[in-house]
Design a binder for this molecule. Structure first.
Ligand code: DC
Length: 267
C-alpha cells in the first residue's frame, strides 16, 4: 500500500475535543501579560520567505512555523481520501472533518519541525506536483482556513518564541505580534529564482515567468485569505543572493524591538 493510501485507511474516529475546547481548557486569562515574542513574515511568492524565516528562527533561537506546510498537508489529505475540492453541497466542506480527525501537528523535536497527519510525518509528500497543483484551491475553503488559523494561534500559545511565515500571519493570525515583516523582491530576481528552482521552467523565457508571477501577485492579493500587507509591518526587499544579508538586518531589528518594549528572551 502506498504511504498516501495508508493515510487514507487510518482510524477515522472523530476527536472528542475541538480546537476551541482545548484553547478554553488552557484558560489563558485575558489580562495575563503575554509571554514570548511572535515574529511574522508575510510576502509575495518567490521572495525566499521560507529560507529567510528558517534562518531567522535559528539565529534568534526561536521556533519556526511553516504555515504553507499546513495547507499542503490538507491538500495531501484531500488526495488520499479522494475528496473533491469543488463541492456543491452546503458547508462545512467534507475535507474539514478529515483534517480534524487527522490531528494536524508538527514534530517539534526536529531541528526543522515536520508536519504530521494521523501521527505520520508527511514532509516527504507535501512538496510533490499533485499537492502543489491542488493546494491553492484547498486554501480557499473558508472553514478550513478558520480551522488552520485557530491551530496556528494555538501553536503561538504553546511555542510563544516563534518566527511564523505565510501570507496572513501579521494580519489574520497574529495581528498583535510585536514584530512583523513583509518581504518582497525584484520581479526579475524572483523570476530567475523560480527558473532555477522549478525544473519544468528551464526552457521558459524569463519574460514569460515574470508575467506569470505578476498575474499571480494580483490574484493572490484579491482572493480569500489572500496576501495582505500588515499596516505595521517592516517592508524589506530580499534582493541579495545571500539570504544572510537580510536575516542579519531582521535579527537586529527584532532584538532592538525586544529591548525597547522590554520583551522577554527565550528562557
Ligand atoms: O508557501 P507555500 O507554497 O508552501 O504555500 C502553499 C499554499 O498555501 C499556497 O497556495 C499559499 C497557501 N497559503 C495560504 O493560503 N496561507 C498561508 N498562511 C500559507 C500558505
Amino acid at each position: 500500500m502506498s504511504k498516501t493510501a495508508a493515510l487514507a485507511s487510518r482510524n477515522q474516529e472523530p476527536l472528542a475535543l475541538s480546537v476551541e475546547d482545548v484553547i478554553k481548557a488552557g484558560g489563558t486569562p485575558s489580562d495575563e501579560r503575554p509571554t514570548g515574542v511572535i515574529v511574522t513574515i508575510d510576502g509575495t511568492a518567490g521572495t525566499g520567505k521560507s529560507t529567510v524565516a528558517k534562518l531567522l528562527a535559528n539565529r534568534l533561537n526561536f521556533d519556526f512555523l511553516d504555515t504553507g506546510a499546513m495547507y499542503r498537508a490538507c491538500a495531501l489529505l484531500s488526495i488520499a481520501h479522494g475528496i473533491q475540492i469543488n463541492q456543491s453541497g452546503p458547508p462545512p466542506h467534507p475535507l474539514l472533518a478529515v483534517v480534524q480527525r487527522a490531528a494536524l501537528h508538527f514534530d517539534w523535536s526536529l531541528p526543522t519541525p515536520e508536519i504530521c497527519v494521523f501521527g505520520n510525518p508527511v514532509e516527504g509528500l507535501i512538496r510533490t506536483k499533485p499537492v502543489t497543483a491542488r493546494v491553492r484551491e484547498v486554501a480557499l475553503i473558508p472553514e478550513l482556513r478558520d480551522h488552520l488559523v485557530r491551530l496556528q494561534q494555538l501553536i503561538g500559545k504553546q511555542r510563544p518564541w516563534l518566527v511564523t511565515e505565510g501570507r496572513d500571519q501579521g494580519t489574520a493570525v497574529f495581528p498583535d505580534a510585536p514584530v512583523k515583516f513583509f518581504l518582497d523582491a525584484d520581479l526579475t530576481l524572483r523570476a530567475e529564482r523560480r527558473k532555477r528552482q522549478v525544473k519544468d521552467l528551464a526552457d521558459t523565457p524569463i519574460a514569460e515567468i515574470k508575467n506569470e508571477l505578476d498575474l499571480r501577485d494580483r490574484s493572490d492579493r484579491s482572493e480569500l485569505g489572500g496576501l495582505r500587507e500588515p499596516h505595521d509591518a517592516v517592508r524589506l526587499a530580499n534582493n541579495s543572493d545571500d539570504p544572510l544579508v537580510i536575516v542579519e538586518q531582521m535579527a537586529t531589528l527584532v532584538r532592538e524591538r525586544m529591548a525597547a518594549r522590554n520583551l522577554p528572551g527565550r528562557p
